[in-house]
Design a protein around this ligand. Sequence first.
Ligand SMILES: Nc1ncnc2c1ncn2[C@@H]1O[C@H](COP(=O)(O)OP(=O)(O)OP(=O)(O)O)[C@@H](O)[C@H]1O
Length: 337
Amino acid sequence: MSTSKTPQSPAAVSAAGLRKSYGDKTVLDGIDLRIPAGSVFALLGPNGAGKTTAVNILSTLITADAGELHVGGHDLATDPQAVRAAIGVTGQFSAVDGLITGEENMLLMADLHHLSRREGRRTAAELLERFDLTDAAKKPAATYSGGMKRRLDIAMTLVGSPRIIFLDEPTTGLDPRSRHTMWQVIRALVSDGVTVLLTTQYLEEADQLADRIAVLHDGVIAAEGTAEELKRLIPGGHIRLRFSDPSAYRSAARALREAVAGGTPVRPPGSAPADEALVLRIPSDGTPRELRSLLDWLDSAGIEADELTVHTPDLDDVFFALTGGTGTDQPSEEAGR
Ligand SMILES: Nc1ncnc2c1ncn2[C@@H]1O[C@H](COP(=O)(O)OP(=O)(O)OP(=O)(O)O)[C@@H](O)[C@H]1O
């Protein structure tokens, strides 16, 4: 994940007041987006949220009803041709032709981009190698696994060396190993300075890859920010202090009850090992300011914990809170983040 790119970097993609309706159904109801150049931006939303519609509009496949839209510095309304030249798009429906080989698919793209025969062959070979498809290059693409087809699809997108890439649900339907390979592919693109807008239904994917995440719900952006910022939006964050000495734990718990408004010392369930049980939880949004004041207080009260960890709600919690779901099947993992 690129952390050096701030929202102050020039925008590779921007939208202000993006609207789209089909008949009386409003799909996008005034979306604002700003994607700094060289960053990964994830548009996260449940089925039917309008993710593909947004990507299709920004990649000039369909037109918006309203909105100021710029991609690669070009105005979509007045210069769609220049936008098309600046971007690469890999959609949910693959551009791969199964009847011809991987290499032939690549050469076809090279032709479309008017590369010379020689340059086309060189680019195709280089990309097939980069995406670990050299061994399969001479086989019909229909014989490829789902992961291989996705990699070929992205390799084809890269033939024209786009600086901005739209990836619509790049890992939907892939097994975990192929998904991780695809994440590596996307990270490598970003380390080359490419800007990526990806849509996903997977919270973990957005968490893993994206510098910033927008949660799309009911035609509007329900929240936008880094994964950490989004996690801080909903309650449930806390700071955990773990003690190995029972008397230190007891005196800390006593001091905490007296001193911290809302502080709730909590013992985890009885099955936890004895040394795990000596834990105090203090509700907190995990901001540096809160952390600093807690550390100051611990110091002044002479309390020494063996371990301090900050726990924020995970992205699942945020997603369900924002999109009105009821929760996940899986218990939310309590990892220190
Ligand atoms: N051409 C169309 N005509 C009418 N309605 C459409 C059209 N295209 C999309 N829609 C509707 O717009 C809404 C958003 O669709 P879209 O494909 O953008 O969602 P999505 O977030 O990409 O969902 P998914 O994750 O299922 O791909 C859906 O309710 C869909 O039925």
